[in-house]
Design a protein around this ligand. Structure first.
Ligand code: PLP
Length: 455
C-alpha cells in the first residue's frame, strides 16, 4: 500500500479516520473534523504536514522536558538497538542500560530513595504502586490495610487500577470503575471550590477530609494516600500553603503510606527534581514516567523508600512485572535524557532563571478581562477563564470556552491545553526567554479572540 506524500493532509486524515481510534477524544467529532497531523519537532516547535509551525507550550503531554530533536537521544537509541535491542529483567538477568538507569535514579531522587521498579508508563507505575502498597502491609502483618485514598478530579492514568485511583467521574462511568477499596476526598482547588474561605482556611479544611475519611473507613483498613504534588491534568491545581503540611501530619499520625505521583511534577517541572522536594513531602513511593525519557520512548518507574523496598525484598519473590520492565532501549534513552538534564543544569535553570521569568510573564495575564487567576510554579501553569472575575463565576459548560480557546491557539501557532475553561501550560524546560515572550504574546492574542467569541 502506497503511503501519501508527507504534505498530503487529506490523505493522512482519511487513513486516520478509517483506522485509528484516538485516546481521550470525541471520536465522532474527530471523524467529522479530521486530525491535525504533526510530523516534525525541533526544540520547542512542532510542525504539521502542511508546514504550519506551532510553539508547543505543553511539551507534548507534559513530557518533552529536554525539547524535540535531541540528537544525543537518537544516538543513544541507535547504539542500544545495535548492541542489544531487547532483553528482559526476569530470571536473574539485567542489562547495563537498566542497571545504569537504576543507579542514576537513586542519584537524582531524594535521600532514602535507592531502589526502583521499571514499568512502561505512568499508569502501569500507579498500578504497581497499588499492588506494592497492599503487599507491603500484608508483609507487615496487616493484610486488611488495602484501601487507597485519592482525590476527586485526580488523574493517575487510564488502566483499570490507575483509572480507579483517579477521581474523574466521567472516566469511572466507562468500563465499570472504580475497583473496590478506593476512596476519594476533595481536591485542594481553592479558586472554584474555596467559597468564602481564605486559601489557607480552605487548605486546612480539605486536608482534614483525609483524617475524617481514615476515621470513617478505619485506620486499620487504609493502606495509602496517593496524590500529585501539583495536580496537572486536573487543571494545574496548586494547593494552598497550608495543605501539604496538614496532609503530612495526618499520614504520619495514622500509619498509612504516602504516595507521590510524580508523573508530571518529576524531572524538573517545579524547579526541583521532584515535586515532593518542592513541598518537602517525604513520600514512601513515587510513581514517575513522562520526563523520565522526555517522552522519547515509553518508560515509567516506581521509586521506593528504603523501608518499603527492603520490606518487599526481604520477602523474596515478587509476583509482578512486564515483558518490557527495564527495556534496554527505553533505559538507554532515559539515562541519556537524565545526563542531559544534569549536564545542562536544566532543573536549576527552571528554579532560578527561566522559571521566574515565565512566572512573571504568566502572572501579568491576570490583567486580562477574561482571566480570574493566573498561577504557576517552575514551568507549570494554570489560568482560569471566567465569566465574572469578582465572583469567580464560571461560564456555562455549553459555551465551550476552553474548546474555542484551544482551537484558536492552534490557529495562532501555539499549543496549549484547556481543561474545562482552565488553560494549562508546561513548556519544555529548554524554552528560551524569547520563546516565553512569544508564548505569552500568542496566548494574549488567543485570549482576546476568546473574549470576543464569548461576550
Ligand atoms: N499520573 C499522572 C499525574 C499523569 O498526568 C498521567 C498521564 O497524564 C499518568 C499518571 C498516566 O501516565 P501514562 O499516560 O504514561 O500511563
Amino acid at each position: 500500500m502506497k503511503m501519501p506524500d508527507m504534505s498530503d493532509l487529506a490523505s493522512w486524515q482519511s487513513i486516520d479516520r478509517a483506522h485509528h481510534i484516538h485516546p481521550f477524544t470525541d471520536q465522532k467529532a474527530l471523524r467529522a473534523s479530521g486530525s491535525r497531523i504533526i510530523c516534525k519537532g525541533e526544540g520547542v516547535y512542532l510542525q504539521d504536514v502542511e508546514g504550519n509551525r506551532y510553539l508547543d507550550g505543553m511539551a507534548g503531554l507534559w513530557c518533552v522536558n529536554v525539547g524535540y530533536g535531541r540528537q544525543e537521544l537518537v544516538t543513544a537509541a541507535t547504539r542500544q538497538m545495535e548492541e542489544l535491542a531487547y532483553y528482559n529483567c526476569f530470571f536473574n538477568t539485567s542489562t547495563p542500560a537498566a542497571t545504569r538507569l537504576s543507579q542514576l535514579l537513586a542519584q537524582v531522587t531524594p535521600d532514602g530513595f535507592n531502589q526502583c521498579f521499571f514499568t512502561n508508563s505512568g499508569s502501569e507505575a500507579n498500578d504497581t504502586v497499588l499492588r506494592f502498597g497492599r503487599h507491603y502491609w500484608a508483609l507487615k502483618g496487616k493484610p486488611e490495610k488495602t484501601i487507597f485514598i485519592s482525590r476527586r478530579n485526580a488523574y493517575h492514568g487510564s488502566t483499570v487500577a490507575a483509572g480507579s485511583l483517579g477521581g474523574m467521574a466521567w472516566m469511572h462511568s466507562q468500563g465499570g470503575l472504580p475497583i473496590p477499596d478506593i476512596a476519594h476526598i476533595d481536591q485542594p482547588y481553592w479558586y472554584h471550590e474555596g467559597g468564602d474561605e481564605t486559601p489557607e482556611e480552605f487548605g486546612i479544611r480539605v486536608a482534614r477530609q483525609l483524617k475524617a475519611k481514615i476515621r470513617e473507613l478505619g485506620p486499620d483498613r487504609v493502606a495509602a494516600f496517593i496524590a500529585e504534588p501539583i495536580q496537572g491534568s486536573g487543571g494545574v491545581i496548586i494547593p494552598p500553603s497550608t495543605y501539604w503540611p496538614e496532609i503530612k501530619r495526618i499520614c504520619a499520625e495514622n500509619e498509612i503510606l504516602f504516595i507521590a505521583d510524580e508523573v508530571i511534577c518529576g524531572f524538573g517541572r517545579t524547579g526541583k527534581w521532584f515535586g515532593s522536594e518542592f513541598y518537602d513531602l517525604k513520600p514512601d513511593m513515587m510513581s514517575m514516567a513522562k520526563g523520565l525519557s522526555s517522552g522519547y520512548v515509553p518508560i515509567g518507574a516506581v521509586m521506593m523508600s528504603d523501608e518499603v523496598a527492603d520490606t518487599l525484598v526481604a520477602n523474596g519473590f515478587l509476583s509482578h512485572g512486564f515483558t518490557y520492565s527495564g527495556h534496554p532501549l527505553a533505559c538507554a534513552v532515559a539515562v541519556r535524557n537524565i545526563e542531559i538534564m544534569l549536564n545542562e543544569r536544566l532543573v536549576e535553570r527552571v528554579e532560578s532563571d527561566i522559571g521566574p521569568y515565565f512566572q512573571e510573564k504568566w502572572a501579568s495575564l491576570k490583567n486580562h478581562a477574561l482571566v480570574g487567576e493566573a498561577r504557576s510554579i517552575g514551568l507549570i501553569a494554570g489560568l482560569e477563564m471566567v465569566k465574572d472575575k469578582s465572583r469567580r463565576e464560571k461560564f456555562p459548560t455549553t459555551a465551550r470556552v476552553g474548546l474555542f480557546f484551544r482551537e484558536a491557539a492552534f490557529r495562532n501557532g501555539l499549543v496549549l491545553r484547556a481543561i474545562g475553561d482552565t488553560v494549562v501550560a508546561s513548556p519544555p524546560l529548554v524554552i528560551t526567554h524569547a520563546e516565553v515572550d512569544e508564548l505569552i504574546e500568542k496566548l494574549g492574542r488567543t485570549l482576546d479572540e476568546t473574549e470576543r467569541y464569548v461576550r
